[in-house]
Design a protein around this ligand. Structure first.
Ligand SMILES: Nc1nc2c(c(=O)[nH]1)N[C@H]1C(S)=C(S)[C@@H](COP(=O)(O)O)O[C@H]1N2
Ligand SMILES: [Mo]
Length: 437
């Protein structure tokens, strides 16, 4: 499916991933610098300016060995029914992300909500006959239709962020195996459903409950009966939070088939994998759930800082809980040409189950920052939109970088905290702009 242009981009991408020390040299010609923290000089700088379409006024601040943001994204369109403009990373299972500029809306339209499948989605998904069973460590095990859920529980509508734990994996170095998500395995749709907590309370969670276990109707890639592609869960305290929904509608319509129709969990602020799609059973367990992709190194990170490329024992991995503070510039689109000396920059910021206090933007590779205007979230679990006017002193190539800080004073880092499976990359989002003056 990759076209020629995309292959070229992948080529640049691979070079930066596999040989960052020499990447600038390979891509742009002669570059001399003493180490990773060196800076572009001489012929390399001139070539780079030519390729990017303008001089780089702040080149002294631009570290060598980082992929110029101008090249950091694929832009391939494919057709998936009911989806528009997603970039397909894998088609078996289907995995597709949304380019940042298509995430500009406060509420992500369904056609732009990313797809992350571990297996083969079910085809029998009639909302009339679908049932959800609650069992395990509960007083009253029950099986409910979607109509039962609507009748017996308060129906709520919430804007909630779903982000894959592997969003940003493409930028790990050494590379991490798995879907090479860049920025767009995240969305904030408007979900309608009932609270997971209300349903669990109705079933009566027994003393000794430790974890939920979620089951969906999708099939393992092998096609083997009874073999599940993924079954994850939540600590019971988290499951009892009022932010988690059992959802039957997305943006006022039935769920999209690829986003879990007719019923799914939405657990905002935690890895997307907690939000089981095609949900048909929630079991309450007296131990940490050990379903597929709960154990080993799946959706887990080392329990201590590790060096890039370091081997880590399985026993030293811990389950990822909340997702870290992060922001995304959704306008202008990267690689845009700007006429004039300023541009309105817009995007969203979120931080697991916390609020974001502040978003800052830089046009000079992080040397100086300005504060963006930051909106309140529509409700807990929604992302927050930011807007700012960014000005440019002279024509040339610029990168606009965004950095969010949450209500615990935690900011996004410049560099990736490397981990073997490529999770939790919340380093700055950077867009490339050529200012024509
Ligand atoms: N049944 C089932 N639920 C699932 C998955 C899956 O493969 N099967 N993928 C999970 C992962 S890893 C993520 S990131 C989210 C993505 O939700 P989306 O595809 O609606 O964007 O769904 C989660 N729920
Ligand atoms: Mo995920």
């Amino acid at each position: 499916m990759a076209n020629e242009e995309n292959k070229d981009k992948q080529g640049i991408f691979d070079i930066y991933q596999n040989d960052p020390e020499n990447a600038d040299k390979k891509v742009f010609g002669r570059v001399s610098y003493p180490d990773r923290r060196g800076f572009l000089k001489g012929a390399g700088l001139a070539t780079m300016a030519a390729v990017l379409g303008g001089a780089i006024p702040f080149h002294r601040n631009m570290p060598a060995g980082i992929i110029p943001a101008a090249f950091a994204e694929g832009l391939e369109d494919v057709v998936i029914e009911g989806k528009d403009g997603l970039v397909v990373l894998n088609d078996r299972p289907m995995n597709a992300e949304t380019p940042p500029h298509l995430l500009n809306d406060d509420v992500t339209p369904t056609q732009r909500h990313f797809i992350r499948n571990n297996g083969i989605p079910p085809t029998e998904v009639s909302p009339e006959t679908w049932t959800l069973t609650i069992d395990g460590l509960v007083d009253k095990p029950m099986t409910l239709t979607i109509e039962d859920l609507k009748k017996n529980f308060e129906v709520v509508e919430q804007q909630l962020v779903v982000e894959c734990g592997g969003n940003g994996r493409a930028f790990f170095e050494p590379p991490a195996k798995g879907n090479q998500w860049t920025y767009g395995a995240v969305a904030c749709s408007n979900w309608t459903g009932v609270r997971l907590a209300d349903v669990l309370k109705a079933a009566g969670v027994k003393d000794g409950a430790v974890y939920t276990a979620h089951y969906g109707a999708d099939k393992h890639l092998s096609g083997k009966e009874g073999k599940l592609p993924i079954s994850r869960g939540l600590p019971i305290e988290k499951a009892m939070g009022s932010e988690n929904l059992i959802a039957f509608a997305q943006n006022g319509q039935p769920l999209h088939p690829m986003n879990g129709a007719p019923l799914r969990l939405v657990v905002p602020g935690w890895p997307g994998s907690c939000s089981q799609k095609w949900l048909n059973r929630i079991q309450v367990r007296d131990q940490v759930h050990d379903g597929p992709k709960m154990t080993g190194t799946s959706y887990r990170v080392p329990n201590r800082p590790v060096a890039p490329g370091e081997k880590v024992d399985k026993e030293d991995f811990v389950i990822i809980e909340r997702m870290p503070v992060k922001s995304l510039i959704t306008s202008p689109q990267t690689n845009s040409e700007i006429t004039g000396k300023e541009v309105l920059v817009r995007g969203h910021a979120w931080s697991g189950d916390r609020k974001v206090n502040n978003v800052q933007l830089s046009n000079d590779f992080g040397a100086t920052w300005i504060d963006a205007e930051l909106e309140e979230p529509a409700n807990p679990g929604a992302w927050q939109t930011f807007n700012a006017k960014v000005t440019f002193p002279q024509p040339g190539y610029y990168e606009v970088w965004a950095k969010a800080t949450d209500d615990q004073g935690i900011s996004q880092p410049f560099a990736i905290a490397w981990n073997p499976k490529g999770y939790l990359n919340n380093s700055f989002h950077r867009v490339a702009l050529v200012v024509k003056g």
